[in-house]
Design a protein. Structure first.
Length: 314
């Protein structure tokens, strides 16, 4: 049996989708960006372990979020807009600069906004919540209104995160979408990774931009540094598999056009987590157009990603 339980992290509302039989759960930080804040599953030793590096206190949220963006929902675009400036349909817009050292806008607006919990359900095989944010077009540099709906589902085999975006403006709007979960490991250097087919198109560590990324077959990450964006080949469901001596997970994403056609992978300096970020567009897409979604008035797009525990069937 599954259930939905509300609780607080510091002063912020959160919710857990719990498998009552196993004790496993998915945690959503509803009042702070509707972020994916924790996922607790059984490891190879049948122990409950957290595989998401999220926030464990209100102090962490307040002090760390704007440099780490852990678990964030990234909207109306992921990654960076260079110098915070872009042109859309002949008009130039200036976003606020929140990555001051690099003079960029990073990860847009909604990663720290309170979402409305509009529906919850729990049954024998899954629990879910539906969250909504109605953006009114009031932030500097993005005068376009839209409605963002998130559905979190938790089942025995893992978690699924569904996103729907509806243009509520009277004009066309530019939009992108993404997620920023960090996956927790004792030592990323010892983690084995395997990725579906994709081409590395950008790298903040000067890794080679090649059609073969080197993880087509499972191999150990070792000391490789990544802050790289990959464009996914084909339209099949894309996945990244990560495993160490006790955990083995798969991060999957719908990868057709206007869905999560790109993935950003980042290894933080501490080497105890790795970010696998499903995104609809490349960095600076508001300027390059690479993966940019243009929505007509009342038009809607939707996309999903999820996390599987690959140890279940072993």
């Amino acid at each position: 049996m599954f259930k939905v339980v509300k609780h607080k992290i510091g002063k912020f509302d959160a919710v857990r989708l719990i498998n009552d039989h196993t004790g496993e759960y998915l945690e959503v930080l509803t009042e702070f960006g509707a972020g994916l804040n924790d996922l607790v599953i059984k490891n190879a030793n049948d122990q409950l372990v957290s595989v998401i590096d999220g926030y464990r206190s209100g102090k962490e949220i307040i002090n760390d979020h704007h440099s780490a963006f852990k678990g964030s929902k990234l909207s109306p675009f992921p990654n960076r807009v260079t110098e915070g400036r872009y042109v859309f349909e002949g008009t130039t817009y200036q976003l606020p600069i929140n990555e001051v050292d690099a003079n960029n806008n990073l990860h847009a607006f909604l990663h720290c906004r309170p979402f409305e919990l509009v529906e919850e359900s729990a049954g024998e095989y899954e629990s879910s919540v539906r969250l909504v944010y109605k953006y009114k077009g009031t932030d500097q540099g993005y005068p376009f209104s839209y409605c963002l709906t998130l559905i979190y589902k938790f089942r025995e085999d893992g978690a699924e995160m569904q996103t729907a975006i509806t243009n509520t403006s009277a004009s066309n709007i530019p939009i992108g979408d993404g997620w920023h979960p960090y996956f927790r490991f004792d030592n990323v250097n010892a983690v084995k990774m395997q990725m579906s087919g994709a081409e590395r198109i950008t790298s903040n560590f000067d890794n080679e931009l090649l059609a073969r990324h080197g993880f087509e077959e499972e191999r150990t990450i070792e000391e490789l540094q990544l802050d790289d964006c990959f464009e996914i080949n084909g339209s099949d469901q894309f996945s990244v598999k990560l495993k160490d001596s006790t955990n083995e997970i798969e991060v999957w994403q719908e990868s057709e056009d206007k869905k999560y056609k790109y993935v950003q992978i980042f290894t933080p300096p501490g080497r105890n987590s790795i970010a696998v970020e499903p995104v609809t567009c490349a960095p600076n897409a508001f300027n390059t157009g690479q993966g940019l979604i243009r929505l007509k008035p009342n038009e809607k797009v939707s996309m999903s990603f999820g996390i599987r525990n690959l140890l279940l069937n072993k």
